[in-house]
Every structure is written in C-alpha cells, then in structure tokens.
Design a protein around this ligand. Structure first.
Ligand code: SAM
Length: 248
C-alpha cells in the first residue's frame, strides 16, 4: 500500500511539476465535468476548479485526502463548491456521474501494480466517461528495463531556520517490471534533526508499446501522444508519455 501516513506532509514541497496548464486546458477543451484519479493533495484539482471546472477526485490514501481537504478549506466558497473528494480506488470505484474528462496525472496509473488490475481500471474508467469523453494520463518511462538501483538526495527550505532532506533509494526488477522506492525524510530546525521517517512505494514501469496494447485491448483509441505537458509529440526515448484516449 502506497501513500501511508507522512506521504502527504511534504508532497507539494518536493512535487513541483509543470503540468497544471496542460490539465486545465484539457478540461476546458473537453468542456464539462472532470474526475481526477489519485487526486492527492488536490494540487491539480484546485486549479481546475479555479478555472470553473466541476471537479471530482478520488484517492486510496486518506492521508493524502486529509491534506487535500486542508488545502481546499483555504479556498473561496465558489471554488470549494466545484470540488468533491472521496476515498476510492481507480480499479473499482463506482460513481453515478459520467465525466467529460477522467485524468490520472503525475504518473499515478503506475501505482496499479497488477496487469489485471490495470485492465480493470481502464474498463472502469470507460464506464464512467460521458459520450465523447476522454481519459488523459501520463506515464514515467525508462530507456531500457534492466536491473537497476540508485540513490538520490534532495533538500528544500521550510523557512529561514528549518529545512527537509529527502533521500531515496530505488531498485528495478525487470521480471515483474516493478520499481521499489524507499525514501527517508529528515526535518532540521536550527541545525538539529527534529524528525525522521520513512516512506515506501512501488510502481509498475510501462513502455509505450505496452500501454498502446493495453488501451487497444480494453477498447480505447489514442487521440494524442505527447512527450511532455507542452504539446511536444511523443518520440521514442522520451522519459514520459502523455496520452489522450477515447473509448472506441
Ligand atoms: C503521485 S501522487 C499524485 C497526486 C496528484 N494527482 C498530483 O498530481 O499532485 C499519486 C496519488 O495517487 C494515489 N493512488 C495510488 N493508487 C491509486 C489507485 N489505485 N486509485 C486511486 N488513487 C490512487 C495515491 O494515494 C496518491 O495520492
């Protein structure tokens, strides 16, 4: 299980992304209601709601949803009234509404580890799309799937006297296509560590051919394939693929 207690604390601090404009523009283009799968801290959903889009969000993690609720509580009442969040899993959520755009951003479809569940999720998403609705998502890609392991360290300032250090270690198992990520957060105040905790997660590493096949076999056609969130056409070797798909 990913995104347990603590995952929400510094998600926004370390989670800078350049995808806001892309998802807001897509939501406006497919004009109508939007549903975000894995809504997290509502980083994107808030921007859609600010742009006038009626936005629902589901997430498996109650910790991320609590952070989202705290962020939403700071908004004006009109924007707040366009946002509706609840706990749910992309694989088997059931809602009565149908959506013009369902989106699963920040490579979060990768969190569905079992290929059978990936198919169930795609089927379920299709069942929740309005006629001519689209499924928009992005996936992290690696140049070649091979046994791999590596460390990284990042530091972010909280204020003049405190900062957070996040260090991570990942391994890739080519047989299962699973990447396991362990991260440690250390919070420092006036030069002394005041908190340390661990966050673990796993993701499934897709490749472009594999996801095209998955979409074809679950009854979607691909409308667009981008290699970033600024409209660049996807090319082999890009480290992300952004897909806009529609049920056949
Ligand atoms: C990388 S975060 C993205 C958060 C947010 N969408 C954003 O772009 O900032 C992934 C989120 O997906 C959620 N998640 C993972 N698997 C999920 C699933 N099967 N169904 C719904 N949410 C899921 C996690 O709990 C987490 O909040």
């Amino acid at each position: 299980m990913n995104y347990l207690e603590g995952a929400e604390k510094y998600y926004d601090l370390f989670g800078e992304k350049d995808d806001v404009e892309f998802y807001v523009e897509q939501a406006k283009l497919y004009n109508g209601k939007a549903l975000e799968l894995g809504v997290g801290t509502a980083r994107l959903a808030i921007n859609l709601a600010k742009a006038g889009v009626e936005t629902r969000g589901i997430d498996t993690s109650r910790y991320m949803l609590n952070a989202a609720k705290a962020n939403i509580s700071k908004l004006d009442s009109e924007t707040r009234s366009r946002l509706h969040l609840e706990q749910g899993n992309a694989v088997d959520f059931k809602l009565l509404e149908r959506f013009n755009m369902i989106y699963f951003p920040s490579c979060s479809f990768d969190h569905i580890l079992d290929p059978l569940d990936q198919r169930k999720a795609l089927q379920n998403i299709k069942d929740h799309l309005a006629p001519a609705g689209v499924y928009v998502f992005d996936l992290y890609l690696v140049p070649e799937i091979k046994p791999d392991k590596d460390w990284f360290v990042q530091r972010k300032e909280l204020d003049a006297t405190s900062y957070v250090v996040r260090s991570g270690y990942h391994t890739i198992d080519p047989e299962t296509r699973l990447m396991t990520l362990n991260m440690w957060y250390e919070v420092y105040e006036n030069g002394r560590m005041i908190e340390r905790y661990h966050e673990g997660s796993q993701v499934y590493i897709h490749d472009a051919e594999g996801v095209r096949k998955l979409l074809r076999e679950t009854g979607y056609r691909i409308l667009h394939e981008y290699g970033d969130h600024h409209g660049k056409k996807y090319e082999k070797g890009d480290n992300i693929i952004v897909l806009v798909a529609q049920p056949e």
